[in-house]
Design a binder for this molecule. Structure first.
Ligand SMILES: NC(=O)C1=CN([C@@H]2O[C@H](COP(=O)(O)OP(=O)(O)OC[C@H]3O[C@@H](n4cnc5c(N)ncnc54)[C@H](OP(=O)(O)O)[C@@H]3O)[C@@H](O)[C@H]2O)C=CC1
Ligand SMILES: O=C(O)CCC(=O)C(=O)O
Ligand SMILES: [Mg+2]
Length: 740
């Protein structure tokens, strides 16, 4: 059987970086029996794969995501997964616009479907919206941590992004104290398998089936909950008053990309409350032009163009009056006047809250200065642990990356665990009534009484993944000799079921001498912060959402970016999914690249992910060559760090292309210097020599490419020829690599 690495083609900065790195990987693995194949799972690729009927033959592409979704269930899976866009509606619209302009005859996305046909079309697009990729590929739990060399490097060369916490800080996390998902949650563990359905029973007795088939396994944990939107609006209004009165910034932190059904609605309510005067006054006009607060203020402003000029001006003036009346909003881009409420995917909580901590409890104001913010995270399931960290900083000051210990994570993720698999079970209540989950016998398993507009959701966590998660936690605790803390809250219905399971499954393992505890998220956060400040490491063992949040939070503080994390998904079927870093696809990096030819993306995550991927081939196929490649790449990564070849943020200094060049040179040198494989040694002795002899020339050629705008022929679907040209601007380097 061929040993194959699948490299995912994705979006934005990591997609550009791939144009530099992949040719190197292919050249290095040539003749070793390792094949490197790509699969396009980018947003644009997924759109095209979804509409073959609308495309010419030469425009069609296969549904690679579905193919990889099958592959991850097989033992031979070995996939390098780079971060991809989880598209919010505005991102989908932008991608569609680009594709249509490139001659792909795709239908428009109906934001507000008017008939059955449009509804069907919306559903079809729904497949590519939001976090459409990760839940399909993540058929395993998550092991995210800094590689020892990376952590050591970060302590020796602490990043300079940390700002001090002020003596007096008005920063706080504001959350609801009733009516949120946390408050309303009910949960149970299935004692036997059944095929359930979700129904909505209106108070007038009318029953609507919301989800026809909900197969449930024995032993799985099933939850239901809802967000009371009247309480949510009250909460927003109250917090806005508080921010106004205290003279601090107001910010909202949600995850509208991943939580694609619930969070745009939660976001929309905030837009509605903040701009209430204007939106209420012109409700009829806004409806007519199809403007929805759920897509953010930017979308509303754009659609105003559909109105006569005087009406547009009136509405704009009224919107501006809301800014005067309300608290100052945190800005995403103060120079362009883009606020926190403009676009739902601009404030993605896992990435945005760590920046608040990093910046001393502040966000940017309209003057382009940092200012204290009240950070609204409506739901208490996850808000309170952020507040615990903020309090820790207010008491003890900023964390010190030079000395702080690491908080790594073992996350329950497999088989669409918990909230991150709830999109097809999330509904907005059409009326006053009850959502109920009914089993095959007609008995109600769980139910939620709701008011119109409330957001209902059901979540599942299957038993096999939970067992595997506990196993992985014990294994990590044993291998690292580090305390492992299960972040579970016995005040949450779901977590109570989980605690029972954890206690049961821990008994399957030898835990003697290990420090394994279960703590509430707030206490676990305090405990982990305290240890980290003392330079001690701690493993957080969490559910899917905290996995996501904590693996950005601590790495951003410790390493400057979560891109430097090792992010391994040991698949349940025995294969491996190697994610590159724990962050996203960095749209800002692309903007900078297009403007001034400097790509500040750090591919360390990609370099690091390749090591276990090659190790897996070595182990599975007894490939001595793969083993040597893995060992030498590990050495090269060490050299890359030791010699500080990380990308600069500034134009005309080393960028992604230079970084990948140095990694290449160090890797070649390590292969030349090893003695386990004579063939590789011979081959790479020459290559290493060539690269080293030409180091100055190559570095110069790479720098010379910077400083002017770059055209890669598109944002969501760049032209591969132009992108390759832009990302491989050194003829000297190219000739060495291409001759291999
Ligand atoms: N696994 C996945 O597939 C994930 C996908 N996403 C998707 O990514 C997109 C952007 O999300 P967003 O929340 O802005 O998060 P990002 O992680 O893309 O960006 C946040 C910031 O983190 C820094 N950063 C991230 N990766 C790197 C890297 N490799 N090198 C250097 N700096 C890095 C950058 O800081 P600076 O600008 O200061 O340089 C960047 O602006 C969204 O569409 C989202 O859905 C998000 C998370 C995970
Ligand atoms: O899939 C997504 O939308 C985001 C995933 C993510 O943020 C993570 O896994 O850290
Ligand atoms: Mg994340």
């Amino acid at each position: 059987m061929a040993s194959k690495i699948i490299w995912t083609e994705i979006d934005e900065a990591p997609a550009l970086a791939t144009y530099a790195l992949l040719p190197v990987l292919r050249a290095f693995t040539k003749g070793t029996g390792i094949e490197v194949e790509t699969r396009d799972i980018s947003l644009s690729g997924r759109i095209l794969a979804n509409f073959p009927d609308k495309l010419k033959d030469d425009q069609k592409i296969p549904d690679y995501l579905a193919e990889l979704g099958e592959l991850v269930k097989k033992p031979e899976a070995n996939i390098i997964k780079l971060p991809n866009i989880s598209a919010s509606t505005p991102q989908l619209q932008a991608a569609l616009k680009e594709l249509r302009s490139k001659g792909y005859d795709l239908p428009l996305y109906p934001e507000e479907p008017q008939n059955d046909e449009e509804k069907k079309l919306q559903e079809r697009f729904g497949k590519v919206l939001g976090s459409a990729v990760n839940p399909v590929l993540r058929e395993g739990n998550s092991d995210r941590r800094p590689a020892p060399a990376v952590k050591k490097f970060a302590q020796k060369n602490p990043h300079k992004m940390m700002k001090p916490w002020p003596e007096v800080s008005q920063c706080r996390v504001a959350h609801m104290d009733k009516g949120d998902f946390y408050d309303n949650e009910t949960s149970l563990t299935l004692d036997k398998a059944t095929e359930a359905k979700i129904e909505f029973v209106a108070d007038d007795g009318n029953v609507t089936v919301m989800k026809e088939k909900l197969p449930l396994q024995a032993g799985e944990v099933l939850d239901s909950t809802h967000m009371d939107v009247a309480e949510l609006q009250k909460f927003y209004a109250k917090t806005m008053d508080e921010a106004k009165q205290k003279g601090v910034l107001l910010s909202l932190h949600l995850k509208a990309t991943m939580m694609k059904v619930s969070d745009p609605v939660l976001f929309g309510h905030c837009v509605k409350v903040y701009f209430k005067d204007a939106l209420d006054k012109y409700a009829a006009e806004l409806k007519e032009i199809g403007a929805s607060p759920n897509y953010g203020l930017a979308d509303i402003l754009e659609k105003l163009d559909r109105l006569p000029a005087d009406k547009k001006a009136q509405i704009e003036a009224d919107i501006n009056a809301c800014y005067k009346k309300g608290p100052a909003l945190a800005m995403v881009d103060s120079r362009r006047g883009i606020t926190n409420l403009h676009v739902p995917n601009d404030i993605i909580v896992d990435a945005s809250m760590p920046n608040v901590v990093r910046d001393g409890g502040k966000m940017w104001n309209t003057e382009d200065e940092l200012q204290d913010t009240i950070a609204m995270i409506p739901d208490r399931c996850y808000a309170t642990m952020y507040q615990a960290m903020i309090e820790d900083c207010q008491k003890n000051g900023q964390f010190d990356p030079a000395t702080m210990g690491s908080v790594s994570n073992v996350g329950l993720m497999a088989q669409k665990a918990e909230e991150y698999g709830s999109h097809d079970k999330t509904f907005t209540a059409p009326a006053k009534g009850t959502f109920r989950i009914v089993d095959a016998s007609g008995a109600t398993l769980l139910e939620q009484k709701v008011e119109p507009g409330d957001v209902f959701r059901a979540c599942q966590a299957k038993d096999i993944p939970i067992k595997d998660w506990v196993r992985l936690a014990v294994e990590r605790a044993r291998e690292s000799g580090t305390p492992a803390i299960f972040w579970l809250d016995d005040n949450r219905a779901h977590d109570r079921e989980m605690i029972r399971k954890v206690n049961t499954y821990l008994k399957d393992h030898d835990t003697s001498g290990l420090d394994i505890r279960i703590m509430k998220p707030v206490d676990a956060m305090k405990f982990s912060c305290e240890r980290s400040r003392k330079g001690l490491d701690t493993i957080s063992v969490t559910g899917n959402v905290l996995r996501d949040y904590l693996t950005d939070l601590f790495p951003i503080l410790e390493l400057g970016t979560s891109a430097r994390m090792l992010s391994i998904v040991p698949l349940l079927a025995g294969g491996g999914l190697f994610e590159t870093g724990a962050g996203g696809s960095a749209p800002k990096h692309v903007q900078q690249f297009l403007k001034e030819g400097h790509l500040r993306w750090d591919s360390l995550g990609e370099y690091c992910a390749l090591v276990p991927s090659l190790e897996m081939i070595a182990a599975k196929y007894q490939s001595a060559k793969a083993k040597v490649l893995a060992e030498t790449l590990d050495v090269a990564v060490g050299q890359y760090l030791e010699n500080n070849r990380l990308p600069s943020r500034k134009v005309k200094e080393i960028d992604n292309r230079g970084c990948t060049f140095y990694l290449t040179m160090y890797w070649a040198r390590a292969l030349a210097d090893q003695d386990k494989d004579a063939e590789l040694k011979e081959r790479f002795t020459k290559v290493a020599q060539q690269l080293e002899d030409n180091e100055a020339k190559i570095a110069e050629e790479l720098l010379a490419a910077q400083g002017q705008p770059v055209d890669v022929g598109g944002y969501f679907r760049p032209d591969p020829v132009l992108a390759a040209k832009a990302m491989r601007p050194s003829p000297t380097l190219n000739s060495i690599i291409d001759a291999m």
